[in-house]
Each structure stands twice: as C-alpha cells, then as structure tokens.
Design a protein around this ligand. Structure first.
Ligand SMILES: [Zn+2]
Length: 303
C-alpha cells in the first residue's frame, strides 16, 4: 500500500528457492556458514529466520509475508548447475499468477546449458516471465565470451531487463573471476536497449560497478545484501554520490538473503559508522530518493 504521501516502494530483487528441492546440500551448508558471519558482523541485525540448512529457504508463504511493506516485487529463481542451484521457472510463474498486481516474475536460465535460448523463449512465451536473472559466478560462464551473447540479444529483443549477480559470493564452487562488474561493459555498449541491474553494488568491486553505471545509461545497480557490511556500504554510497549515480540505485532485498525492512533500516543507518565525524554523510533526501523514486525510471509500468 502506498504510504500517506502516496509514495510506493519496489523491491526489484527477490528469490524463491528452498532446500533440498532446489539447493544442493553443500551449497546449503556453505550458505549457513556465511549467514552466521553476516549475523555476527551486523550485531544480529541481518535477517534472522532459521539457523539450519533451511536458512535460505524462501517459500511462497514466507516470501509473501516479508514482502508486505513493498508495493511491487520482482521475483525469480536461479538455475546454476555448476553450484547446485536449480529453481524451476514454473514455480515463479505459478506464484506471480496468484498476485499479478504486486509480483512480477523473471526467468533464470543457465547459459551453459545447450537449450538456454529455447528455455528463454519458453519462459517468455509460455510462462509470461518479464526479465532474466544471471549469475556468471554461480553458472560458470564468462560473460565476455561471445558464444553467450545470443542470449543477451534475445533478452534485448524481448525487452527483458537482466539482473546480474556481478560481484562476489560464498560457495566454494563459485568462479569469482567471472564476477567482475567491468566484464559487463562491452555487453552494455553492444546492447544499448538492454536494461541491466548489477546487484549488491557489485560488492566488493563497488567502484567498478559505480563507474560502469555512470557511463552506461542502460546500467543500474541495487543495494541488496550490502547493509550488513556497514563500512563498505558507507564508502560505496559516498562514492556513488561523488560520481553522481545515486538516482540509478534501486531498492532491493535479495530475499531470503535480507528483507526489504532490513534493507530500508540499513539505508537509514548508513551514516552510523561516521556519526560524530566530519566525514561526508548520505543526506536523507538521497535515501528517500532510493526508497521511493528511483524505481520509476526502471519500472514505468508501476508509476
Ligand atoms: Zn539474487
């Protein structure tokens, strides 16, 4: 529901997935270990939930509950054979069909699979999905390798935005060398009508992400899953301000990694590490813009 001033909130990055149906045991174990560290680092402020192999479960009921503060939500799975993640796109389509006013489903296809292009056709034409989630670090593909580019070309033809996990991650099987934000530069230039979001401000390569967002009109970023590293987060936001890209930062939770409530609280506390100093602060107006305004240029259908 819009607030008293008629302002709406959009969460542009959430997942459905649960163990053991979509998540391999090794991944679930490593996810739990990483969650414990984040909880410790955030003084318990990161999303709590369960502390077992089901820590990263996001089932439709839970997803619906935590999405309550948001007016519109983008939801997808992830298909990454190499790291043991496989969420069927049908689950996403079924869920968003129950909440068409609020939820928008995006596809995930694994570019390393021979039928990736057909899968994308199927997701758009049969399932009605409206965007594409990719994570080269999880899927073991080099985004600069031209053999994968027909997928981006197809996404542009269908006018599907791409949400990139272009940043680091925890699984031992991940390929971090394919997670660098600058690896998207040639793609962004070659497909100027392809709208793209780099998740998590590209952490820990926030500067690279920010300068790419600055030069490419079609590239945005989101602030999911960064608030529990308060020092990095504050620095990234100051950098974003200094390079003039705060209007291209989108609000997102990456649920089940965090919730939209956690992320908003994290943004409201972004200046905490430097309170009482002369170091630069992120003004409330910029925080408000990220929470209530920036989604409008990316999701005009919800204005
Ligand atoms: Zn994600």
């Amino acid at each position: 529901m819009p607030d008293a001033e008629g302002r709406k909130i959009v969460d542009c990055h959430t997942h459905l997935m649960w163990y053991p149906d979509h998540v391999a045991q090794e991944y679930a174990e490593e996810a739990l270990a990483s969650k414990l560290i984040k909880l410790k680092m955030s003084g318990g402020q990161a999303y709590t939930g369960r502390l077992d192999l089901h820590s990263y479960d996001s089932k439709p009921e839970t997803h619906w509950e935590v999405s309550e503060p948001a007016d519109h939500v983008v939801v997808f799975g992830l298909q990454a054979k190499a790291t043991g993640l496989w969420v069927p796109n049908e689950i996403i389509a079924d869920y968003v069909k129950q909440h068409p006013e609020k939820m928008q489903g995006w596809a995930s296809v694994d570019p390393t699979q021979p039928d990736a292009l057909d899968q994308l056709d199927y997701c758009v034409q049969d399932l009605g999905l409206k965007g594409l989630k990719l994570g080269p670090v999880y899927q073991h593909f080099d985004p600069e390798d031209r053999k994968y580019w027909p997928l981006f070309e197809k996404a542009q033809q269908y006018q599907l935005p791409i949400m990139w996990h272009q940043g680091t991650t925890f699984p031992s099987k991940a390929k971090l060398k394919w997670g660098l934000p600058l690896q998207l530069e040639d793609i962004a230039m070659a497909f100027p009508d392809l709208k793209m979001i780099i998740a998590h401000i590209g952490h820990p390569w926030e500067e690279d992400c920010i300068v790419l967002v600055r030069k490419c009109p079609n590239v945005y970023t989101d602030i999911s899953a960064v608030h529990y590293r308060p020092w990095r987060y504050w620095q990234a936001m100051v950098t974003a301000m200094e390079y003039g890209i705060t209007h291209k930062i989108l609000l997102a939770s990456d649920f089940p990694s965090g919730t939209i409530t956690n992320v908003i609280n994290g943004l409201r506390n972004v200046n905490a590490p430097v309170e009482g100093t002369n170091l630069p602060k992120i003004p409330t107006e910029i925080q408000d813009q990220i929470i209530y305004e920036n989604w409008k240029s990316f999701f005009p259908e919800w204005v």
